[in-house]
Design a protein around this ligand. Structure first.
Ligand code: GLY
Length: 370
């Protein structure tokens, strides 16, 4: 099995070695590929929340192959992201995605001091979004002062890393306060989690739930479930606190029960049965998290679920050609209701997690999240 996955990884690296040249020539951070081209994010330029996945993918491929092209491309796009630290006004809670996978990866894999400072800078910006009533503010809109979202669970490792690097416990303590708020306010009886909870920013009182990128209020956006699943797994790895492992296991139980018979993931796990709306990004994130959970818990069910997800994606949704998609994983969907960010197409963070999952299973993962 690991041998097959190593073969797929090397094939993926060879495709990226050819196609990433086009991104370098155009000077962009690719967000998705369509019609044989890389496209930048449709919103907010290089501040868009997913900008770290391209450099993260390049670092993962450099770690795998040692090919200096990937390192140069990771550094080129990482610099575009550190420019955003100075612009500042476009930044948001997703700085974990952006900077752990770019300067954070460079600092860890290459020992670069400026990259280390940039990573701590990003962690300090995330600290600045903490509202002491108990949550990290997600977005900057005037009406969003009380918004906290499940995706932030994936940025908490940036805070834990900053505490480890500096010996200052403040960062991790904020991560724990936010994660405990998510435990208390986002979970439902069946183990699923909400996408957005709105709090009163003055008192911390919960005032509303919002459907966000999911199908309807109270539904279960699959990528949100996957962010919670992987985010709580990483919080357990960072803190050793059993309540976070239990939280990951609750989401895992719900998620696994909703994997489709063909091994793929619906965009919303409660979407109407007649709707054909898939999101393979969710499946790829969950495959990474479940592989990690299987090791942490010795629970064979998690490994089997990760196998089903990988088998589903590998047999049905990988584009090895270059005519339509310059990337790999197809049928990725940004939001259930569809927008410029893409529906049923190749989106770069699907590839990031798909390649991380392959690398984990082949014993080659760079583990950029810690
Ligand atoms: N926070 C990025 C996404 O999942 O769409």
């Amino acid at each position: 099995m690991a041998q097959d996955e190593l073969g797929c990884l090397m094939r993926a690296a060879a495709k990226y070695r050819r196609t990433a040249e086009a991104a370098r020539r155009e000077g962009i951070i690719p967000y998705r590929s369509e019609g044989g081209k890389w496209l930048p994010s449709p919103y907010e330029g290089n501040s868009w929340c997913t900008g770290g996945f391209w450099p993260g993918l390049m670092w993962q491929l450099w770690h795998l192959t040692g090919d200096e092209f990937f390192k140069a491309e990771a550094k080129r796009t990482g610099r575009l992201l550190t420019d955003e630290l100075r612009t500042f006004t476009g930044l948001h809670h997703d700085v974990g995605f952006m900077y752990l996978l770019s300067c954070g990866a460079e600092a860890r894999l290459c020992g670069d001091e400026q990259a280390r400072a940039d990573t701590l800078h990003a962690a300090s910006l995330l600290m600045g979004r903490f509202n002491p009533v108990g949550f990290i503010r997600a977005w900057n809109g005037e009406s969003q002062k009380g918004y906290a979202i499940i995706d932030s669970m994936m940025s908490l490792p940036l805070l834990c890393r900053a505490s480890r690097e500096t010996g200052d416990p403040r960062f991790e303590k904020v991560a724990v306060i936010h994660a405990d708020t998510v435990l208390r306010e986002f979970f439902r009886e069946n183990g699923s989690v909400s996408h957005i909870i709105e709090f009163d920013p003055q008192t911390g009182r919960r005032v509303a739930e919002h459907a966000g990128q999911g199908a309807f209020l109270g539904s279960s956006w699959s990528r949100g479930q996957a962010w919670g699943l992987y985010g709580f797994t990483l919080m357990y790895m960072n803190t050793g606190l059993p309540r976070y492992l239990n939280a990951a296991r609750r989401i895992a139980g719900y998620f696994i029960a909703h994997i489709r018979p063909d091994g793929l993931c619906d965009c919303d796990l409660e979407q109407p049965e007649e709707t054909e709306r898939l999101d393979n990004i969710a499946g790829a994130i969950a495959a990474c998290a479940l592989t990690e959970l299987a090791t942490l818990t010795d629970c064979i069910e998690y490994g089997r679920a990760a196998d089903r997800l990988m088998e589903g994606m590998l047999t049905r949704c990988v584009d090895w050609e270059e005519d339509e998609h310059l990337g790999l994983l197809t049928r990725c969907t940004a939001s259930y209701h569809g927008d410029e960010a893409g529906t049923h197409t190749n989106i770069v963070y699907g590839d990031f997690f798909f390649i991380e999952a392959l690398a984990r299973r082949a014993g080659k993962n760079a583990m950029l999240w810690l």
